[in-house]
Design a protein around this ligand. Structure first.
Ligand code: ARG
Length: 460
């Protein structure tokens, strides 16, 4: 069933229809399409462009279609080109003449722009909730691990001691920014394109402010050509999804490393791990690997849309139909990854003893040895040299800095005294770092309080 058969004398080639159609995927936003149509006819009737009787018939018909789709009574039959044609044809079948008035003062170009915005807005909301659930989990882990020592790394080499709370806190910051980014995108996209028509508005006296308000937008878009050809918000959205994927992927990479036999910092729960068909001993972190792996397809979606848009003259071009499948895939992928990831970390066990031993064994307090000397008046550069030589000594003896005798310390510098042992103990090393943002207990507690307060305020 075509919306545009009038000027054609031949049937569409079947392959052309198959290539051109979008119903197989844009059916995904049937709900938003119907929501938009209801707002549109409500406005048309208010403006006297459509009778109240027709409006009521159309709205009733649209609601019937929506219910039938939801309850599985209405099938998306493939002869229809897209969701817009499908709904209109179905409506006319149900209510007759009035159905043919639905498309008054509207084009599929502004209609599809609206549907996609409504869909993106809904999905942003959902994803933001999923990220919030993840943040809550991370906050719980942080609260429980303010004193869990572990090595902090640079170059994947042990660097300085930190706590697990502090490490997890870094991801808390990343996912918080991810949520803010989603929010920013919503703020920018939240203007209604309906009424832009095909590209140049319409001659009907539409009340675009009213339609925008009915649909929860801040107002109407201000340029009809841009309204039907703007896909910036989707590119931003895909970029935000890419960044979320990147953050998840980094975290997964760490979990995979931490879960190895060599590290043993964490143990994935059996319910979130998989086995090998040949090697009986294996317990593999497939979920973390898959989440890391799926990052590629999300980046791919971003690159695809950027590329699809780069040469398009104003205004609408069919190329833009390509935005749908890749956005749908990216959002479904990221939502799935965030949920799975939340389940995985909330069931994961931390081996606190292994983490602490690891922090002790990697000379992570070498900076503190230097700082100790600096506090006693030695210039930092000299202190750095002394500490480095002490590390060499330890490597030769296969021991930790804490295991050296005072005499051995003194061989490198007479400034060392008995209090060096206290000064370079793991506890001191972490506790002393108490400027805001650092891993020390007091600093971390303050930060956790800030996070908790923010969460509560959002709830209120
Ligand atoms: N399926 C189309 C899309 O996704 C809907 C808009 C069609 N407009 C048109 N002029 N053919 O972009």
């Amino acid at each position: 069933m075509k919306l545009w058969g009038g000027r054609f004398t031949k049937e569409t080639n079947q392959l052309v229809h198959n290539f051109n159609e979008s119903l197989s995927f844009d059916r995904k936003f049937y709900h938003q399409d119907i929501e938009g149509s209801i707002a549109h006819v409500t406005m048309l009737a208010k403006q006297g462009i459509l009778s109240e009787d027709d409006r009521d018939k159309i709205i009733q018909g649209l609601k019937g279609i929506r219910k039938d789709i939801e309850e599985g009574r209405l099938e998306f039959t493939p002869e229809h080109e897209d969701i817009h044609s499908f709904v209109e044809a179905n409506l006319t079948e149900r209510i007759g003449e009035a159905g043919k008035r639905l498309h008054t003062g509207r084009s599929r170009n502004d209609q599809v722009a609206l549907d996609m915005k409504l869909y993106t807005r809904d999905e942003i909301q959902e994803l933001s909730h999923l990220l919030k659930d993840l943040l809550k989990e991370l906050l719980t882990i942080m609260e429980n691990n303010l004193d869990t020592f572990m090595p902090g790394f640079t170059h994947l080499q042990k660097a300085q001691p930190i706590t697990l709370a502090h490490h997890i806190g870094a991801y808390f910051e990343m996912f918080t920014r991810d949520r803010q980014r989603l929010h920013d995108i919503k703020e920018r996209l939240n203007y209604c394109p309906l009424g832009a028509g095909a590209l140049a508005g319409t001659t009907y006296p539409l009340d675009r402010e009213y339609t925008a308000k009915l649909l929860g937008f801040y107002g109407p878009t201000l340029n009809s050509m841009d309204s039907v050809s703007d896909r910036d918000y989707l590119i931003e959205f895909l970029a935000a999804l890419s960044i979320i994927s990147m953050h998840l992927s980094r975290f997964c990479e760490e979990i995979i490393i931490w879960n190895t036999n060599e590290y043993r910092f964490v143990e994935l729960d059996d319910s979130y791990s998989t086995g090998s068909s040949i090697m009986p001993q294996k317990k593999n972190p497939d979920i973390a690997e898959l989440i890391r792996g799926k990052t590629g397809r999300v980046y791919g979606a971003l690159m695809s849309l950027l590329t699809a848009m780069k040469g398009l003259p104003l205004a609408y071009n069919k190329d833009m139909q390509e935005d749908k499948e890749l956005t749908f895939d990216a959002i479904d992928t990221v939502k799935g990854c965030v949920s799975l990831f939340t389940g995985m970390v909330s069931t994961m066990g931390f081996r606190k003893d292994v983490m602490e031993t690891s922090a002790k064994n990697g000379f992570t307090n070498a900076t503190d040895v230097a700082d100790y000397l600096v506090n006693k008046g030695v210039p930092f550069r000299d202190a750095h040299g002394v500490s480095g030589r002490l590390v060499l000594k330890c490597i030769a003896k296969d021991c930790a800095l804490d295991d050296l005798t005072l005499e051995e310390f003194k061989e490198e510098s007479p400034v060392f005294d008995q209090d060096v042992f206290e000064a370079i103990s793991m506890k001191t090393c972490v506790e002393k770092r108490n400027t805001i943002g650092a891993p020390g207990r007091e600093a971390m507690k303050k930060v956790v309080e800030i996070y908790k307060k923010r969460m509560e305020e959002e709830q209120a």
